[in-house]
Write a protein that binds this ligand. Structure first.
Ligand code: FES
Length: 378
C-alpha cells in the first residue's frame, strides 16, 4: 500500500477497537499511525497543506497584514463542516515543545468527508500560528478539530425559503459569510426562490480587500446577490444600512468583524431587531467599563500563583500581565481552551454583558472580566 493512500474503512474500524486502544496505552493508536503516515488516523483529524495563495499581495499600508488562503486535505476522520463553522488548528512550531492551537473559520463551501477545505488566515503581528500558516509550504501537516460553531445558515440551501439574507462583515470577518454564500451559489441558489442576498463588507483599503475577484464575479452575475464593498474611512452607519436594506430589522442577518464594527451593528438592531441578528466576533471587544475595585488572585491547588489589583481587563489579560501563561486558543470565546474555574467573586462576560456570582463556576477567561474581588484556579 502506498504511504499516501487513505486508511481503508475496515482498517479504521479495527484501529478504533478497545483492545487496540488498551494495547497502545498510554499514547493511543493515532500516535503510532502518525509515525507511519501522518495522513493516517483512527480518531484524530490532521490535514496536509495542499497550497497557499496570497489574497492581498499589494497590501502594505499601516495596519495591513498578509492574508492567505490555505487549502487543506484532511484525513479520512474529518466529518465535514457546515458553512460558517470554524476549526481549531494545532501546529508544532519549530523550536517549541508545545503544540499551539488557534481557531480559524473555514472559508470554503460546506464540505463532506474526503473533500478539501480552505482556511483564509491573516498573519497577525503577534500571531505565531497565523504567521506560520501564511508562510506554510505544501506538504506541511497540521492538526485539526472537527468543525464547530453555530454561526451557520439554519436552513438547507436545498430547501430555501424566500427570506432575504443579509451579511455585514469587516476585515477577516468576511470568511464565514463567504463560506455561506459560496455554499448557496454552489448548491444551485440563484434567486429563483425570490430570495435576495445582500453582502455589505468593510475593508481597510482596496488593496486589503480579500476575495476581491470572486466578489466582483458574484456581483456581476445574474444571481440576486448584491455586493456592497466599503473601503478606507467609510464606517458602518445605521443610516446607510437603512438605505441599502430598508427592512433590515426584519431581515435575517449574520454579522462578523472587529469589535468596533460589531458594536455599531448590534446597536443598529437594538430595540426590536435583535432576534434577527446573529453575531460572531473574531476579536473579543474591549471590556466595557465595569468595577475595577478589589483584587484578582490566580491560584493552583490552593496556592496563590499571583495576586494584584483588578485592572478591569479580561482575566486572561490580567493573568498574562502578571507573567502567568494560561492555556488559550481563540481569545474570543469560542474554543473553550481557556476554560478555568472561578472560585470566588463576580465576573462579567464581555461579549454578552451578563454578570455571574456563582461560586465554583467554569468560565472562559478570555472573555470574562472580574467585577471587584475575584479568585480563579488556573
Ligand atoms: S481562548 Fe478560546 S474561548 Fe477562550
Amino acid at each position: 500500500m502506498s504511504t499516501t493512500a487513505p486508511l481503508p474503512a475496515l482498517g479504521r474500524r479495527i484501529l478504533r477497537s478497545r483492545v487496540l486502544a488498551a494495547l497502545t496505552t498510554p499514547h493511543g493508536v493515532d500516535r503510532y499511525l502518525e509515525m507511519v503516515n501522518p495522513m493516517w488516523a483512527a480518531e484524530e483529524v490532521r490535514a496536509r497543506v495542499v497550497s497557499v495563495t496570497r489574497e492581498n499581495p499589494l497590501a502594505d499600508g499601516p495596519g495591513s497584514a498578509a492574508v492567505a488562503t490555505i487549502t487543506l486535505q484532511p484525513t479520512s476522520t474529518w466529518r465535514g463542516h457546515r458553512a460558517g463553522q470554524y476549526v481549531q488548528v494545532g501546529v508544532d512550531l519549530p523550536g517549541s515543545a508545545k503544540r499551539m492551537t488557534r481557531c480559524f473559520t473555514v472559508s470554503s463551501a460546506a464540505s463532506v468527508p474526503g473533500e478539501q477545505i480552505t482556511l483564509t488566515v491573516r498573519a497577525h503581528d503577534e500571531g505565531q500560528v497565523s504567521k506560520h500558516l501564511v508562510a506554510a509550504e505544501p506538504g506541511l501537516i497540521v492538526h485539526l478539530s472537527q468543525a464547530q460553531g453555530d454561526f451557520t445558515l439554519d436552513e438547507s440551501p436545498a430547501t430555501p425559503t424566500n427570506n432575504h439574507l443579509l451579511f455585514i462583515t469587516g476585515g477577516s470577518g468576511i470568511t464565514p459569510a463567504m463560506s455561506i454564500v459560496r455554499t448557496l451559489l454552489r448548491d444551485g441558489y440563484d434567486g429563483r426562490a425570490g430570495r435576495k442576498v445582500t453582502f455589505l463588507h468593510y475593508a481597510r483599503s482596496a488593496e486589503d480587500q480579500i476575495f476581491a475577484a470572486e466578489l466582483a464575479e458574484i456581483a456581476a452575475a445574474d444571481n440576486d446577490v448584491t455586493v456592497h464593498l466599503r473601503h478606507g474611512d467609510h464606517v458602518f452607519s445605521e443610516f446607510e444600512l437603512r438605505r441599502l436594506v430598508p427592512g433590515y430589522r426584519d431581515t435575517d442577518t449574520w454579522a462578523c468583524g472587529p469589535a468596533g464594527l460589531m458594536e455599531l451593528v448590534v446597536a443598529a438592531y437594538d430595540g426590536g431587531g435583535e432576534h434577527r441578528l446573529r453575531t460572531e466576533f473574531f476579536k473579543a471587544p474591549r471590556p466595557a467599563a465595569g468595577s475595577t475595585e478589589g483584587d484578582v488572585a490566580f491560584t493552583r491547588s490552593g496556592t496563590t500563583l499571583a495576586e494584584a489589583a483588578n485592572t478591569g481587563a479580561t482575566l486572561l489579560e490580567q493573568a498574562e500581565a502578571l507573567g502567568l501563561k494560561p492555556e488559550f486558543g481563540c481569545r474570543m470565546g469560542i474554543c473553550f481552551s481557556c476554560t478555568t474555574r472561578k472560585t470566588e467573586g463576580t465576573v462579567r462576560n464581555v461579549l454578552t454583558g451578563v454578570t455571574s456570582s456563582l461560586p465554583g463556576e467554569d468560565i472562559q477567561i478570555c472573555v470574562t472580566a472580574p467585577e471587584g474581588d475575584c479568585a480563579v484556579e488556573l
